[in-house]
Design a binder for this molecule. Structure first.
Ligand code: NDP
Ligand code: GDR
Length: 337
């Protein structure tokens, strides 16, 4: 039986990846930070077979201890401060967790594996945010990296550090340059989930208007369940490598709003949307679209959920939850910054 250690287990991808690996018969360990992390309950409920270990990416010895206890064949580093807008508010912390945290875990793996580095395979959650002010379209593994936020800069550090450990020590280390991927489990701070919850709340009469930032930004949005499968496929290859994972289609936030409101039968969506300049970012990533030919050819990977299907899945899930929970309007917190 194979064994995996996942950091970021309480996040969207951590939950999907745990489910996938448990299904494949893996022993799965997950790193959880904090002495009483409120999301520990979610993990216990969703993936009860995951064994939880305490640790924090900023604390190398805690990561080393987790490796020693779990003895994994595969390590998936999904832990990060991942909300781009927040990364300007806590730039140093983002650098420590999302950037230097990668070095900590790479170093912990190197120390743990000792003279037999081939016994552990490592996955780093790199990001399309690294392309930032994209210098070509679509973006591939060889496109110049030009990050536009403290988050993007930290991810570039982690990306190159992963490559460096592969080249310096021969570590089986792979970097997944994943484009935006979403699901009903997406954090409520991200735009797709903000829109799906907002639209559901408006449909149910719980909210009057949705307050948004830049509607012209374009993203290549896919389904998270598909993307964790790509992560696993990377670690089954004979060598570590870097792969772009994307659908190859791009849509604006405006398209997202239109598509989401259509799910609940609202055509005049503009009447329900306001603009708040405070939601604009100090530097924006205007447009992203990925070229995932390498992942498709080498990993045999392909996305299975289209953009309209994804939006429908998210809106319907939020409608169902809100109806079931009879949420009070004041507790929705959708339009906050
Ligand atoms: P989430 O924001 O949902 O999850 C982030 C996870 O990181 C949470 O489990 C969080 O734990 C954990 N974490 C935060 N700080 C620390 C720390 N100091 N030590 C250990 N763990 C920590 O992200 P996603 O699931 O969406 O993304 C997974 C990874 O993939 C992230 O690294 C993200 O940057 C990257 N990525 C995501 C993309 C996407 O579109 N979803 C695209 C490209 C890359 P806690 O619950 O305690 O806060
Ligand atoms: P992103 O995701 O920054 O691409 O990073 P997010 O959903 O936050 O923003 C996408 C785009 O939508 C615009 N936008 C808004 N965004 C939010 N959150 N709220 C709004 O009200 C709003 N209005 C417009 C943003 O300006 C932006 O252009 C995500 C994260 O998961 C990263 O961790 C990951 O690396 C990248 O995707 C790939």
């Amino acid at each position: 039986m194979s064994c995996a250690l996942i950091t970021g287990i309480t996040g969207q991808d951590g939950l999907y990846l745990s489910e996938l690996l448990l299904q494949k018969g893996y022993d799965v360990y997950g790193l959880i930070r904090g002495q009483n992390n409120p999301k520990a309950g979610l993990v216990a409920e969703t993936v009860p077979d995951v064994r939880v270990l305490a640790g924090d990416l900023t604390d190398l010895s805690s990561v080393l201890r987790a490796l020693q206890i779990s003895q994994p064949d595969e390590v998936y580093n999904l832990g990060a401060i991942s909300f781009v807008a927040y990364s300007w508010k806590q730039a140093a912390l983002t650098s420590d967790v999302t950037g230097k945290g990668v070095l900590n875990i790479l170093e912990a793996v190197r120390i743990y594996a000792g003279s037999d580095l081939s016994k552990v395979r490592f996955y780093q959650a790199s990001s399309s945010e690294m392309f930032g002010k994209a210098q070509q379209a679509p973006q591939s593994e060889s496109t110049l990296l030009w990050p536009r936020s403290p988050y993007g800069v930290a991810k570039v550090f982690g990306h190159y550090m992963t490559i460096n450990y592969r080249e310096s020590y021969g570590m089986h280390a792979s970097s997944g340059m994943l484009f935006n991927h979403e699901s009903p489990r997406r954090g409520i701070e991200f735009v797709t989930r903000k829109v799906s919850r907002g639209v559901a709340a408006i449909k149910l009469g719980l909210l009057d208007t949705l307050v948004m930032g830049n509607l012209e930004a374009r993203r290549d949005w896919g389904y998270a369940g598909d993307y964790v499968d790509a992560m696993w496929r990377m670690l089954q290859q004979p060598e570590g490598d870097d792969y772009v994972v994307a659908t190859g289609e791009t849509h604006s936030v405006r398209d997202l709003l239109k598509t989401a409101f259509e799910v609940v039968g609202i055509e005049n969506w503009q009447d329900y949307v306001e603009h708040d300049p405070a939601l604009l970012r100090p530097a924006e990533v205007d447009a992203l679209v990925g070229d995932s030919s390498k992942a498709r050819q080498k990993l045999g990977w392909a996305p299975t959920v289209s953009f309209p299907e994804l939006v429908r899945m998210m809106v319907e899930s939020d409608l169902e939850h809100m109806q079931a929970r009879q949420v009070e309007t004041s507790r929705l917190g959708i339009n906050g910054r």
